[in-house]
Design a protein around this ligand. Structure first.
Ligand code: ATP
Ligand code: MG
Length: 301
């Protein structure tokens, strides 16, 4: 028992070193095999006047919005706009300097139920040389649920393999994480979020560097998540993809410049406010077209 606890402690330290993240876990009854019961559209997260300051840098300024259950939101904005900072605040890793993050306590009927947020970090935040295989990475999603003194049970491994199956990665379960392709690594992280029984998944630039097929694979998984009423927020620099494939777009540059459908948010005026001269915009009869986006690359993490 002592040896097992020591090993589990090591796994947890590994997990924290790997992600340098301590996602806020609030569990709720959730079954991987059953889709969520369809409910009326209701907010699952609310930010009120959130402000984040790092010394002299104002990273987020007076951000307020609500997310609806089951929707797919793209978070866009130039480098340094505050996208990763916003995810850190929502995930509970970073306390805002001012303002509030409200979770749906009103939706939680039983005091044992909790609300789970999963965070798929920006790729440059992960140490890919870390000696764990895909199944172990997914189990790390379960470890947070199990608590320190509980060894994973058969049921937990079943959930891990069910999650890997869902993202099409069961065959590569034993492969070291560093030996997987970028798209496969992203799928493993989504499986980890599923095993964590997350109702809200935050994905920080999951599509960056993936080929078209891998992007399509990720969107096919996001469709499955939608059927389960899992809410997904994805940070991306691909404005066309954001406009085409997401229900709502959030345009950020320290302030929330716009939040709505593509036609509401991708106007010349709002895009100029967010990107200044970094985007080449073309006015057409069908609205504003982004010709060139010179904002991408790098990442503050
Ligand atoms: N831990 C930190 N300490 C000090 N400043 C920080 C810290 N984290 C972020 N910042 C600053 O806050 C601002 C927002 O950074 P953030 O990483 O959230 O931007 P981003 O929109 O995710 O950018 P990218 O598209 O490059 O990933 C930047 O000016 C950044 O330098
Ligand atoms: Mg970022």
């Amino acid at each position: 028992m002592v040896a097992k606890t020591a090993i589990l402690q090591q796994v947890i330290e590994f997990r924290d070193k790997l992600f340098d993240l301590q996602p806020q876990i609030r569990r709720t009854n959730f079954s991987l095999s059953k889709p969520f019961r369809q409910t009326e559209t209701c907010p699952i997260l609310e930010l009120q006047n959130v402000l984040v300051r790092f010394n002299e840098t104002l990273a987020l300024d007076n951000i307020s919005f609500q997310l609806r259950k089951g929707e797919r939101v793209a978070l866009v904005g130039p480098n340094g706009a505050g996208k990763s900072t916003l995810f850190n605040v929502i995930a509970g890793i970073l306390r805002p300097t001012q303002g509030q993050v409200n979770l749906p306590h009103a939706l939680i009927k039983d005091k044992n139920e909790q609300f789970a947020i999963a965070y798929v970090p920006q790729r440059n935040q992960v140490d890919w040389r870390f000696p764990v295989n895909a199944a172990e990475v997914v189990m790390m999603g379960r470890v947070g649920q199990l608590g320190l003194f509980h060894w994973p049970k058969r049921k937990d491994w079943d959930m891990v393999y069910e999650a890997l199956e869902l993202v099409g990665m069961a065959k590569l379960a034993k492969r070291q994480i560093g030996e997987l392709s970028g798209g496969q690594q992203q799928r493993v992280f989504i499986a980890r979020a599923l095993a964590q029984q997350a109702e809200l998944i935050l994905m920080d630039e999951p599509l960056t560097g993936l080929d078209m097929q891998s992007q399509e694979d990720i969107f096919a998984i996001l469709e499955k998540l939608r059927q389960r009423q899992v809410t997904v927020m994805v940070a991306t620099h691909d404005l066309n993809l954001a406009a085409e494939r997401f229900d709502r777009l959030m345009l950020l540059k320290q302030r929330l410049i716009g939040f709505g459908t593509a036609s509401e948010v991708f106007t010349t005026d709002l895009l100029r406010q967010a990107y200044n001269g970094q985007l080449r915009l073309l006015e057409t009869n069908n609205g504003t077209v982004v010709v060139e986006d010179s904002c991408c690359g790098g990442g503050h993490g």
